[in-house]
Design a protein around this ligand. Structure first.
Ligand code: SIN
Ligand code: CO
Length: 396
């Protein structure tokens, strides 16, 4: 029996396989007690503190803001901001909290039945009673885990991109929101609501300590994928590979763009794009692109391989840096370890070991090519010794 055949408390006793077959990307699932006896991995004060740090993406949503309804302001905030806020009806939303708080990052391990590269980030909101961001749809799958206090969730069914939204505000709030039958719940700490993309939802804080954790996923749109893949491929194509029409028939009408010409162009595009090896190389790179590029900070003074080996042999563990993204793939052309938007050819054993986010030790150097690749990843800022972190002004 493989471990995905086991009922998971996290999924309301469904197996991962059941959940993926019947709910994931298809329909919402309310899970009471998904994380029994759940204690929030972060306090409201700590969240507010993060929202005051430069470089942290934070938003404040005020239903009745000083400058008008549904006012959105962007961090970093200061103490004065929090002091002027009313008792009720506002929300603070902090993005990528997993990058800054290890116990929040650890939550992601619970979702290991999904590929890690599908995860985007963990957003956390705090709201006093009445706080909400309006009824809306998101384009991504999300698990909404109640961390503390209580939030009432109402669902309005699956809507299209064209569903009308309120004009003239900075939020995408639905003009019409009709609660579906049996889709109105108050979530307690440890309860979780899964939502597929495109489901209308509305969550209102019911307590003065409401914190909700959104575990969000990443899926490039066709628009982004085509543009980005074409850019990646384009850099590698020789200038000599171009539209060609050797052996064509004489033009009937010199001004006409005929079917044969369109078909030649279509074939050039299709045969160039339809390259599974290149798709894989590009896909691994985009899915490991850091959420915030400036958070992966290269070492100011690069380490030599000998220094790296010595430090590991001293017994110092080497960590995957917060926000760094790893994935690997093996196919007929070999194995690639994808890290933060780059691809590195290496052995499958080394790729698997490095994509596993447990700390690295001296014994891991025994893997073929390990010292060289690990040194490179330390220098680019994807791996790091904890002792180095404090030296860096941009680190948190
Ligand atoms: C919130 O936590 O306030 C909103 C989360 C969401 O609706 O996606
Ligand atoms: Co939402």
């Amino acid at each position: 029996m493989n471990h995905h055949d086991k009922p998971l408390t996290l999924l309301g006793d469904l197996t991962a396989a059941d959940f993926l077959a019947n709910y994931w990307q298809q329909k919402p699932l309310l899970i009471r007690g998904a994380m029994p006896d759940f204690i929030s991995p972060i306090e409201a004060d700590e969240l507010a503190g993060l929202a005051c740090e430069p470089g942290v993406e934070a938003r404040l949503v005020e239903e009745e803001g000083p400058d008008g309804p549904w006012q959105v302001s962007h961090g970093p905030f200061d103490e004065a901001t929090f002091e002027r806020l009313p008792e009720n009806n506002w929300s603070l939303l902090v993005q990528a909290v997993d990058h800054y708080v290890p116990s929040v990052a650890a939550l992601m391990d619970e979702f290991d039945f999904l590929p890690r590269w599908r995860l985007d980030d963990v957003m956390i909101s705090y709201a006093p009673p009445g706080g909400n961001v309006g009824a809306h749809i998101d384009q991504y799958d999300v698990f909404l885990l109640q961390a503390s206090g209580h939030r009432r969730w109402q669902l309005g069914g699956k809507l299209t991109d064209e569903a009308p939204i309120i004009q003239g505000i900075d939020l995408r709030i639905l003009k019409e929101f009709t609660v579906e039958p049996d889709s109105d719940w108050v979530l307690d700490p440890g309860d979780m609501l899964y939502l597929p993309p495109g489901w209308a939802h509305h969550g209102v804080s019911q307590s003065d300590d409401c914190m909700t954790i959104s575990i969000g996923f990443r899926a490039p749109s066709a628009d982004e994928a085509i543009t980005s893949y074409a850019d990646y491929l384009g850099e590698q194509l020789p200038a000599s590979q171009r539209y060609s029409d050797a052996g064509m028939a004489p033009a009937q009408q010199a001004g006409e763009l005929d079917d044969a010409a369109v078909e030649r162009m279509r074939q050039l595009i299709i045969s160039t794009l339809d390259n599974p090896t290149q798709v894989a190389q590009w896909f691994g790179r985009v899915m490991t692109q850091p959420k915030y590029v400036d958070q992966v900070v290269p070492l100011e003074t690069p380490m030599t391989e000998a220094e790296l080996v010595a430090q590991l042999q001293d017994g110092e563990p080497l960590y995957h840096m917060p926000g760094a993204r790893f994935a690997w793939r093996s196919d007929a052309s070999g194995t690639t370890l994808f890290v933060d938007g780059d691809g590195h050819a290496c052995s499958v054993e080394l790729a698997k070991r490095l994509a596993d986010t447990t700390p690295l030790y001296a014994e891991d150097l025994e893997l073929d090519g390990a010292a060289t690749l690990i040194t490179q990843l330390v220098n680019t800022g994807s791996l790091g010794f904890m002792s180095d972190e404090g030296d860096d002004d941009e680190g948190y």
